[in-house]
Design a protein. Structure first.
Length: 268
């Protein structure tokens, strides 16, 4: 059995203070895109994962599933990576969600969806999102998911800038706290919710507030190249641009290749 494990972009990311559970409160708009890893899983004599030697989250997910189902984690997994690692695109979380769904389907008594979601939430805030379909508003620590009806008729250019060292997500949030970035969170969250209510066409996504955590000069350059919205995804450093026309997006993807790796994608 195998499944696609799509990347995501954060069409908006509003960040607040640290809550009682020790995690920052957020309001974020999560959208899958067609850039995807591939995860294959079969029954085995032990847990083996090939194709991506740095994996930790898929192994942790399958061990957690096995413990919850009271079985041994005897699965053979192969991960075919296409999503860049540590880019803000959720590749590891998506791989874990795909592996969970595949392995759960092989259990003699599969966990019900609600229990699988509970288990996924222990692995990371993004993992439950990848168990669903369609865009979602993520609140709380990002794991409280509400379906959104958003336009899907646009092209996406992803740019992974070269020469930029990826800061850890922990370091990005620490810098956010140091500059007191959470001030005004309630107002920014209200602005995001009002902008979502006003979305009628793809162009209306330009009204969503910018990423609170990080910014990039590539965002403005993508807008100059014709993107109607451009921003950093998650904690970065990958930047996305949304385009009306695929032809214009193809041109932009070619133009930005000297600045890093680029992908032409679309909502998924």
């Amino acid at each position: 059995m195998n499944a696609a494990a799509p990347a995501k972009i954060n069409l908006a990311l509003v960040v607040g203070p640290v809550g009682a559970a020790g995690k920052h409160e957020v309001a974020t708009v999560l959208q899958r895109v067609t850039l995807a890893d591939r995860v294959a899983l079969a029954a085995g004599s032990e847990l083996t994962i090939t194709g991506f030697p740095d994996d930790r989250i898929v192994a942790a997910a399958l061990k957690a599933l096995a413990a919850a189902a009271d079985v041994e984690p005897n699965w053979s997994v192969e991960i075919e990576k296409s999503i860049p690692v540590a880019a803000g695109l959720g590749g590891g979380s998506s791989d874990a969600a795909a592996a969970l769904m595949l392995a759960n389907g092989l259990l003699p008594d599969p966990l019900p969806p609600a229990r699988l979601h509970e288990l996924a939430a222990t692995l990371g805030a993004d993992v439950p999102f990848f168990l669903e379909s369609g865009p979602r508003l993520g609140t709380g620590d990002g794991g409280v998911l509400t379906p959104l009806d958003l336009p899907q008729d646009y092209a996406v250019v992803l740019v992974m800038p070269s020469g930029i060292a990826k800061s850890s997500t922990r370091a990005v949030y620490a810098a956010f706290d140091e500059r007191r970035g959470a001030v005004g969170f309630e107002e920014r969250r209200a602005e995001l919710l009002a902008a979502l209510d006003a979305v009628r066409s793809a162009h209306d996504l330009a009204l969503l507030p910018p990423n609170d955590l990080v910014s990039s000069p590539l965002s403005e350059q993508l807008r100059e190249a014709g993107a109607f919205r451009a921003d950093v995804s998650g904690a970065g450093p990958c930047v996305y641009g949304l385009f009306d026309e695929r032809g214009r997006a193809e041109e932009a993807a070619r133009a930005f290749r000297p600045m890093g790796r680029t992908w032409l994608s679309a909502p998924a």
